[in-house]
Design a protein around this ligand. Structure first.
Ligand code: GLY
Ligand code: MN
Ligand code: MN
Length: 357
């Protein structure tokens, strides 16, 4: 699998006007080489590739990496060791990730590649991550199925009197039990007025009748992630929350139904926004509609009102409209969608009818 990405990266060299590239963003190192450790620098030219890591990862790097030479050195020595490679020092223009590299690191890299020019690139490796291969699709599908099972198990444990933190602990425990390598991110469990906090952290607030409870969590599986949100209700659904729920669900399903290769990401956003506007809730929907999902929880494409992205087969992203009204609460419904040759496949399948617990 990784060979393919390395070839594609090299194919992009001419249009980027570079003859070498340094990759330090770990999800991209993993995507290209398969290396899953927490410290690495990958150097690529048209003919050679070298992965530098430290001694903690010696065995692991040799096991995981087939398409690059592995060199184990002290952390601080990456630039000096790279500079010594004569094949690398023949480069004239070396690209690096200008979106994610710190100023300090860029300064170090500039010294490393001298006299070659160091060229900042934007979204150079991201297109490789955007279109998933079969192994990635299998892993995300599995992560999504784990999240579905966790949601259904939660329905039989969430009860009045539990705190948000206690529910969040059950989320993490169930994720592991159902086969996840871990949480995709810190689970969000927010209830009652707290559910209006889009990305609030679980607190010691106890669930009680009339609350909306917004759950947002995901599984990590073989490095890939799922990301699901469901909103459930305690005891009864207040009329305003019910109207919010129906509007969010309609917005989400309308947007999902339009997903297909060739469609502009912002057109999908607009469809969801239009539904919420018609229902009078557009002013309470303030975040993007969704984001790519893969080795990172937030990738490209971005489904926002100003996104330049166009959907293509193999992309996986979330669709997650939400309405948040101060003091009343919030509703978000989020699923993970794969773009197929002809349309879409919804990977998360957990129940979306409103649930009262
Ligand atoms: N849980 C993070 C997100 O939905 O984007
Ligand atoms: Mn989420
Ligand atoms: Mn999300």
């Amino acid at each position: 699998m990784p060979d393919n990405h390395l070839d594609h990266l090299r194919e992009s060299f001419s249009s980027l006007k570079i003859d070498g590239m340094i990759i330090t963003h770990l999800p991209h190192v993993r995507l290209i080489t398969g290396f899953s450790g927490s410290n690495a620098l990958l150097a690529v030219t048209r003919r050679k590739s070298l992965l530098l890591t430290d001694s903690r990862y010696e065995l692991q790097a040799h096991r995981e990496v087939e398409n690059a030479r592995v060199l184990v050195v002290n952390d601080g020595d990456f630039p000096r060791m790279l500079k010594k490679r004569s094949w690398f020092s023949r480069c004239r223009t070396v690209g690096f990730d200008g979106d994610r590299t710190s100023y300090h690191m860029a300064t170090v890299l500039r010294g490393t590649v001298k006299p070659a020019r160091l060229k900042p690139l934007s979204r150079a490796c991201d297109p490789l991550a955007e279109r998933k291969d079969q192994a990635a699709i299998r892993a995300i599908t599995k992560a999504a199925a784990i999240a579905d099972r966790v949601f259904h198990r939660l329905l039989s444990v969430i009860a009045p009197g539990m705190t948000e933190r206690q529910v969040a602990a059950e989320v993490s425990y169930f994720l592991r039990q159902e086969g996840a390598d871990g949480d995709a991110f810190e689970p969000i469990v927010v209830s009652g007025p707290n559910s209006a906090l889009v990305h609030g952290m679980p607190s010691n607030r106890r669930l009680r009748a009339g609350d909306a409870v917004l759950l947002d969590f995901g599984a990590r599986y073989r490095g890939y992630h799922s990301d699901i949100s469901r909103t459930v209700f305690m005891g009864k659904i207040k009329p305003t929350l019910r109207a919010m729920y129906d509007a969010v669900l309609e917005a989400q399903e309308t947007a999902i139904a339009a997903v297909a290769p060739g469609v502009r990401a912002r057109a999908i956003y607009d469809l969801a926004h239009d539904v919420l506007k018609r229902q009078g809730f557009a002013e309470y929907f303030k975040h993007g509609l969704g984001h790519g999902l893969g080795l990172e929880v937030h990738e490209f494409p971005r489904l926002s009102h100003d996104s330049p992205d166009t959907l293509d087969a193999g992309m996986v992203f979330t669709i997650e409209p939400g309405v948040y009204i101060p003091r009343i609460g919030g509703v978000r419904i989020e699923d993970d969608i794969l773009v197929t040759a002809k349309g879409r496949r919804v990977l998360t399948k957990a129940l979306k009818a409103p649930v009262v617990l």
